[in-house]
Write a protein that binds this ligand. Structure first.
Ligand SMILES: Nc1nc2c(c(=O)[nH]1)N[C@H]1C(S)=C(S)[C@@H](COP(=O)(O)O)O[C@H]1N2
Ligand SMILES: [Mo]
Length: 329
């Protein structure tokens, strides 16, 4: 079944129809173990909301117009859930890929609120419960390409960030959006360490933030986001390197100046503001021409070619018309 979204006109298959059977089979076994089978027909994305892990609040069910984009995605297998939750970057919990999965349990995701500030008509604090209700949830299957050379294919759940931005009404002077992650040294053991400056900050140009593909994300694999993946709310910007996807966001600020981001502060020559996936621009210390898909047979798996804009050029290329993307990396 192909579904055409009202909002963006992209045609796309639902994840439950793309997902290799064993992926959902695996989830099914977990749910069976928890005694939760029978709550919904297997295969329906809503199924996995039947999860007993502590939740920040009840997430609404998925909207029927669940969306992602078509093209190459349709043939790609989802990254196994266990890889997506045990191989992470979340430096607040350590710099090793296995650290977030082991340490992020201390993150307190409830109560949670998001502060909206800066150049908007309606600044203020929104609690998570209201944020969850702001717009219908959609499932979107996105590739994620980390700057370190690996990638995943993940079924995210959320709604376009544009929905929230429209609600708070940016002023004409707003040109950029800054995203600030929680920085709580009591629950995040590496906040205070010198690997990055804290809090973790990321940013987008306003038109990038408004693009329908930019997803304000509350879940993945039909469930509430695991803590190591940035619970209770994070970004998913599929055409940019993974580090643009700020996790556990507590503040969104509208500005007239390009935000100074955590990675840009740490190494400006390595991590530019735009950070669009561009296989033609090497990282100063390594090539970006190819990537290793996590879950595909480990370190020995064949690498695959990285695509311009991570494969989303048709949707987002226009945002950068006339820009030199080797200078604006
Ligand atoms: N707050 C915060 N957000 C973050 C990071 C981080 O260290 N802290 N790491 C980024 C990087 S480098 C990547 S690749 C993605 C990884 O997301 P995942 O663990 O859900 O795959 O999160 C990004 N968001
Ligand atoms: Mo990354």
């Amino acid at each position: 079944m192909l579904i055409k979204t009202q909002a963006d006109g992209f045609i796309h298959p639902l994840s439950s129809e793309i997902a290799p059977q064993q992926v959902y089979q695996e989830r099914r076994q977990v749910l069976q173990g928890l005694g939760l089978m029978g709550l919904a027909a297997m295969g329906a994305p809503q199924m996995a909301w039947a999860d007993t892990s502590p939740r920040p609040g009840q997430l609404p069910p998925l909207n029927a117009r669940a969306s992602t984009q078509a093209g190459a995605m349709a043939s790609e297998a989802l990254t196994p859930y266990k890889d997506a939750t045990s191989y992470n970057n979340f430096y607040e919990f350590g710099t090793d890929k296995s650290d977030p999965g082991r340490n992020a349990h201390t993150l307190k995701t409830s109560p949670w609120s998001l502060e909206i500030e800066g150049l908007v008509k309606k600044p203020g604090r929104m609690n998570l419960e209201d944020l969850l209700k702001l717009s219908p949830m959609e499932e979107r299957i996105y590739r994620m390409r980390c700057v370190e050379g690996w990638s995943m294919v993940l079924p995210w759940v959320g709604y376009s960030l544009a929905e929230l931005i429209n609600k708070v009404e940016p002023l004409g002077s707003a040109k950029f959006v800054e995203f600030v992650s929680l920085a709580d040294p009591k629950t995040m053991p590496y906040v205070g360490s010198r690997v990055l400056s804290w809090p973790y900050v990321e940013g987008l140009r306003l038109d990038e933030a408004m693009h329908p593909l930019t997803l304000l994300t509350f879940g993945m694999y039909g469930e509430v986001l695991p803590k190591q993946n940035g619970a209770p709310v994070r970004l998913s910007v599929p055409w940019k390197y993974g580090f643009k996807n700020a996790k556990s966001i507590v503040k969104i600020r509208f500005t007239d100046k390009q935000p100074l981001t955590a990675w840009n502060k740490a190494a400006a020559n390595e991590y530019g503001f735009y950070s669009n996936v561009n296989p033609n621009v090497d990282h100063p210390r390594w090539s970006q021409a190819s990537e290793r898909r996590i879950g595909d047979g480990g370190l020995f798996a064949k690498k695959q070619k990285t695509l311009m804009f991570n494969g989303y050029e048709a949707q987002v290329g226009q945002l950068y018309a006339g820009m030199d993307l080797t200078k604006n990396f």
